[in-house]
Design a protein. Sequence first.
Length: 455
Amino acid sequence: MSLIYTMIVIFVLGYLMIAMEHKVNVSKSSVALVLCCLLWAILSVFSSKIDPSLTHDVISSDLLAALGSTCEIIVFLIGAMTIVDIIDTHGGFEVITRHITTRKKTRLMWLIAFLTFFMSSVLDNMTTTIIMVMLIRRMLSNYKERWLFASIIIIAANCGGAWSPIGDVTTIMLWMKGNVGTAKLMASLILPCLVSVVIPTAVATRFLKGMIAQQQTNEDASFRPSYITGGESKTILILGVLLLVMVPVFKSVIGLPPYMSVMFALGILWLYTDLMYRRKHNVEESVKNRVSKVIKHIDMPTILFFLGILMAVSALESAGILGAMAEGLNKGMHNIYAINTVIGLLSSVIDNVPLVAASMGMYPIPDAAAIAASADPAFLSHFVADGDFWHLLAYCAGTGGSILIIGSAAGVVAMGLENINFMWYFKHISLLALIGYLAGIGVFILQDLFIVPLL
């Protein structure tokens, strides 16, 4: 038991160093990688003392499985970030920003919030965050204002991903395993997710005043390379976005994991740009934004941080710590609303994927016979396919990560792109995200008590 506590203490200390990156002046990526290796080393050396069944062969198998699932996410991230960078370096986002004519900052924030919310229900929230952060970077020069906009983008992206079966990795897990269905999930969560975006955005707009300065608008400067025509820029934007939209479709039709779809999309865009550059004989090769050049600009420290923190959490899962936490929730709170609320709060600290996976393992979908034989059939009925527990779990696990900036992939990506300070986010945004999160749960409960019985 002391080894379990040791692993927990090491994880907490590592997490605190990550949270105080700017105070200790140590890269969060280095801490995450050391944390990952320490936890797996402890598990490997002392695994038999934790649990006699945890042999070296079992640990090696768990490590390989964890690395495989983590690398799926990382490969997906590399592909998505590269596609977005290709669009950006060819002036694709300028096509969008030129259509955003408002110069009023509050109106712009509302527009960005809703655009992010609906985009992330089709694209994954990580990709949507990258696109929208790059967009505001083109429009705003004040970094503190960009941080505020980026924070609302994080919240909107996480909320948008939660109500769609293909918008977030946790909803994809629930959807693929048959715990939730498309129509019922969307009908159940669209309003709670919308409320959890509207409230923080309404408060955040109070911190914005005035208009975007004339020199900051996209009317005075072009971010498109001079050798790229407007038609080529628009084609790359449309092709890139369509390929990203087709990622979940490709996955559903072909049945291969999403990272394969992203790699296929990247390959198509790479092929198109190479063929495009073949026609530009009068342009120096050194200035061409070929994919082989663009891919070198990928933010590797953020990717390595993602690798380290996900593998560290996997070590906790392999040691049975996450499963024990989930079981403790079930015993201490015999209420689906309370259990899911706590899971959502935990997802702001711990990755939501193992939390959802642990919940799915704890609560197998019961059949009619199991419900009838249960000591509490009313409680067990919440866990049937498309039951309230699974819908609320999708909401809480998806949106709870917004409470802390490192609680979600969207937050980690935005933090890396804009160098957002962890403590700044905690002081200025965490409470807004928490209020929106709790308000969404309240709306879900009201729906469950008063609207669903009437249907």
